[in-house]
Write a protein that binds this ligand. Sequence first.
Ligand SMILES: Nc1ncnc2c1ncn2[C@@H]1O[C@H](COP(=O)(O)OP(=O)(O)OP(=O)(O)O)[C@@H](O)[C@H]1O
Length: 265
Amino acid sequence: MYDAPNLETRVTQTNTKITARGVQVFYGEKQALQDVNVDILDNTVTAFIGPSGCGKSTFLRCLNRMNDTIASARVEGEILLDGENIYDKRVDPVQLRAKVGMVFQKPNPFPKSIYDNVAYGPKIHGLTRSKAELDQIVEESLRKAALWKEVKDRLTEAGTGLSGGQQQRLCIARAIATAPEVLLMDEPCSALDPIATAQVEELIDELRASFSVVIVTHSMQQAARVSQKTAFFHLGNLVEYGDTSHIFTNPSDPRTESYITGRIG
Ligand SMILES: Nc1ncnc2c1ncn2[C@@H]1O[C@H](COP(=O)(O)OP(=O)(O)OP(=O)(O)O)[C@@H](O)[C@H]1O
């Protein structure tokens, strides 16, 4: 007799990693984000898209409290990581940023060796007890960042001596060395050539197995290639959020449609 497969086991489980509720951001008197509500999933790439100045980077920076470093910035509302409010007074922003790592637009390796760039985070967070353990973390992080083969014989050389694409993968290795749970990427390919961009995009897809990845991008093609979920921002509002395939083929809001068809941007 035919047994119906158990639906429960066939559905891929994707849990909420970050919950934003009523998030508003001000720079001085100026409001940059209004009432943003969204659930960001684990093991998923989420793309933030929208015209310049719509608040994508501002919202990304809310997710690991990078806005704390901007004197005029004020964040209201609630952001929960695994149910815990990251803006709670008891949360140490430095510890938080080890859990919610960030990769910036321009590759920014430290003026240190390739090895030390990756070893820095685990060292300051006391994640290892021995040199052997640290060596292992450095190797694993460089492997995950698809850079190990290219640099394994030159670990003592300066990180700044690598090509732009390699530097960006080094920055990704540095971000994942502290075993983060979420990886935030602010236009990580904008300074890269098409080959390096393709490598980083492939890497982003692999990283999703281990992390929740959030990427700000100006390229709709890139959002369509790398993400499963897309959030469209416009004038400080999160206008639409959903499956990338849906947003790009059948958006619900006319503003999203105008943007993806190139009428606003
Ligand atoms: N440090 C800051 N101080 C004051 N205003 C800021 C600051 N950073 C951003 N803003 C303002 O907040 C609004 C949103 O900016 P944000 O950089 O988040 O947009 P964005 O969508 O990421 O833009 P882009 O695609 O051009 O990078 C803009 O009006 C911008 O001028």
